[in-house]
Design a binder for this molecule. Structure first.
Ligand code: NAP
Length: 252
């Protein structure tokens, strides 16, 4: 099989959580370009999600699917609706994420819990929903979107760092549980990416990040999406339990 065939996702069905914007949107597009049918999950941004679906370069099928991934019933419905419309899910990208930054001494329990619920529980819930089908079929790939912050921590982001570090533990545990049944589970750990999430970064924080990033720039969402598509593909058939940094060297 040539490397081009190995990176093809023809015949695959992907669910990307939080795909109405940013990294999720770029991932939906790259997966569709590689031939997968793609479900674009969102929580509130219906018009944005429908625009993503319209823009997908996919003959394989695509849909927008609403649901808050932090809610067990909604996570179940998102997976069921995807299955009914596109078929059995073979690729899950746990990308949905939020921030509620603040120093710990001023952080509310609500802000701590909200970030853990979307970023970590959401990934657990969707993974649990697809696990049985993937293990029964003895194939499948789950990619969790962690962060350089989960590996290094960050003042003012204890909730986010805890969630992203938790995703790494979830990734490695799922890799051990599901590997014997042919399912691969990996994580990516992006540095700072040009999306809505980072659009409010103060100038001094941005400058500090750039100073500490050997490649001297932020990432484009497509640069994260490409690695996710690789991890989803047969070209990554012997990679599981890995956490791939995509951070321009920030985490070195
Ligand atoms: P973004 O532009 O803010 O987009 C977030 C996406 O998640 C939106 O589509 C949003 O949809 C969706 N979402 C939020 N809460 C949700 C929920 N409970 N259920 C379903 N969907 C939900 O963020 P981004 O920068 O692309 O980040 C994507 C992922 O990458 C996140 O996990 C983030 O932590 C991670 N990451 C980002 C960076 C960065 O620098 N940007 C760096 C490292 C890691 P709605 O608008 O409809 O709610």
């Amino acid at each position: 099989m040539s490397i081009f065939e190995k990176t093809s996702l023809k015949g695959q069905v992907a669910l990307v959580s939080g795909a109405s914007r940013g990294i999720g949107r770029a991932t939906a597009r790259v997966l569709a370009q590689a031939g997968a049918a793609v479900a674009v999950n969102y929580r509130c941004g219906r018009q944005e999600a429908e625009a993503v679906v319209e823009s997908l370069d996919s003959g394989a099928g695509a849909m927008a699917v609403q649901g808050d991934v932090a809610d067990p019933e909604q996570a179940h419905t998102v997976v069921e609706r995807t299955r009914e419309t596109l078929g059995r899910i073979t690729i899950l990208v746990n990308n949905a994420g939020i921030t509620r930054d603040g120093l710990v001494m001023r952080m509310s329990v609500e802000d701590f819990d909200a970030v853990l619920a979307t970023n970590l529980r959401g990934a657990f819930l969707l993974s649990r929903e697809v696990a049985r089908g993937m293990m029964k079929a003895r194939s499948g790939a789950i990619i969790n979107v962690s962060s350089v912050i989960g590996r290094r921590g960050n003042a003012g982001q204890a909730n986010y760092a805890a969630a992203k570090a938790g995703l790494i533990g979830l990734t490695k545990s799922l890799a051990r549980e599901m590997g014997p049944r042919g399912v691969r589970v990996n994580a990516v750990a992006p540095g700072y990416v040009v999306t809505d999430m980072t659009s409010g970064l103060p100038d001094d924080a941005r400058e500090k990040i750039l100073e500490n990033t050997p490649l001297g720039r932020l990432a484009e969402p497509e640069e994260v999406a490409g690695v996710i598509a690789f991890l989803a593909s047969p070209a990554a058939a012997y990679i599981t339990g890995a956490v791939i940094p995509i951070d321009g060297g920030l985490g070195v």
